[in-house]
Design a protein around this ligand. Sequence first.
Ligand code: 13P
Ligand code: SF4
Length: 307
Amino acid sequence: MKDLIEKIQRLRSERNAVILAHNYQPAEIQDLADFTGDSLGLSIQASKTDADLILFCGVRFMAETAAILCPDKVVLLPDLDAGCPMADMITADQLQQLKAQHPEAIVVCYVNSTADVKAESDYCCTSANAIDLVRSLPLDRPIIFVPDQNLGQHTAQQTGRQLILWPGYCRSHVVITEQDIKDARARYPDAVVMVHPECTQPVRQLADHVLSTGQMLRLVKDGAAKTYIVGTETGIIHALKKINPSAHYIPASQRAVCPNMKRITLDKILWALEDMACRISVPVDIAVRARRSLDWMIKGSQVTKGR
Ligand code: 13P
Ligand code: SF4
């Protein structure tokens, strides 16, 4: 492994590449990356990097977002099959049909969506800023929210706005059950329970905090709790241990694994850098329209949250 990492490091500097890794990536890839983070944090890093090449360790919609934000850079995703099933649960055609049914509506898409769907949307958000975005929208307009019904429902509950939802979901999160949380609380009565908004309503209701992965890391960094029950993809536990090694982290469910995130390996990173392979590009007409929806996500949310 040491050999492999040295080869990657050498190529990284030869190619002036930046390596971005999502919080769900395998531990060795998080350790190798220049930046780790949630979808919002990584998009912001991509948008301000001066590297020539962005090697994205995550899933396709994340690399596509980087390609839209940085049209003059090469973006590589070391395994082109690392998709996000939730992002593929709505097509641009389906969104057009939904828009035709609600012609007055503002369209908000979760960043976990294809570039085509972003191009059909007015605003794009992540789980870190969906609530802020919806709060900022005019009260006299209906709002379509796609594709995640769970983040959409959570956002509707927190803002008091009625959202027109799409029945998308993340399998790696909906496998966390109410019983998992009850069992974990019974075993660790003093633990703080934090879950991702992609979890189902009964699970969110049992949690102390409903947070994006970046927000979970911030909570733990400053938190005094000794034990945290973690209701999201288990890869984040590595990042949590790094940011606060003195606390204990209990996965709410060992089933909460995203197989797509785990498709990225050190070998594939090396091959991508050697061959400049697995390039992600977005057709210009789609990218230009999708970029508009991403503007608030990158600029607006930094103003709102001071990230
Ligand atoms: P975050 O933006 O919270 O990191 O979540 C991304 C994701 O894909 C959750 O499943
Ligand atoms: Fe998509 Fe779920 Fe994997 Fe996140 S955890 S990338 S939403 S499949």
